[in-house]
Design a protein around this ligand. Sequence first.
Ligand SMILES: CC(C)(COP(=O)(O)OP(=O)(O)OC[C@H]1O[C@@H](n2cnc3c(N)ncnc32)[C@H](O)[C@@H]1OP(=O)(O)O)[C@@H](O)C(=O)NCCC(=O)NCCS
Length: 159
Amino acid sequence: MRRATESDIARFLDLLEAVAAEGRWIATESPVERELRAKRIQATLARDDSAVFVAVAGDALIGQLGMYTQFPGLYEIGMLVDPTWRSKGIGSRLLEAAIAWARSVGAHKISLDVFPHNTAAIALYEKFGFVREGDHPKHLRRKTGEIWDVISMGLVLAS
Ligand SMILES: CC(C)(COP(=O)(O)OP(=O)(O)OC[C@H]1O[C@@H](n2cnc3c(N)ncnc32)[C@H](O)[C@@H]1OP(=O)(O)O)[C@@H](O)C(=O)NCCC(=O)NCCS
């Protein structure tokens, strides 16, 4: 588990593509716009008020978590773990690192969106104290034409 660097960007995008191709867990769908995403990640890595963590096993990048902010002290999380490495504690270690980092920079809240069918992700977030804050019925249109519900979850760190 460590902070990401520019040399991780290609493998970061490979993993994003693989999980997007599963078509079920994240809002991003295939095909992933690699150039645009690479620029965005580069910009995020250059910021002091954002953080990207990666989990590595040998040369492989097996998990990633980004903490993005638009408003002071409020962070949005996006995370994923390689399908062959799930349910082995990687997501927990990423989230633990992210929450510790958020506390260290004085963040007051972490928030995220998740699909209601993503029971593994919801269980992970609840394990770390996130609570369900809102339901957004018929929120995201998928490329299939279906419109999926989304749940917002949040973890308050300071009042
Ligand atoms: C959600 C995700 C990041 C979890 O990562 P992970 O490495 O599998 O998580 P962990 O092994 O640390 O498990 C954490 C907790 O999640 C729950 N969990 C894990 N796998 C589960 C499963 N298949 N079903 C139900 N709950 C599960 C358990 O509560 C577990 O805690 P425990 O091990 O103490 O019992 C991973 O499944 C993933 O990448 N999914 C696809 C992408 C995605 O959904 N990203 C999040 C979008 S909001």
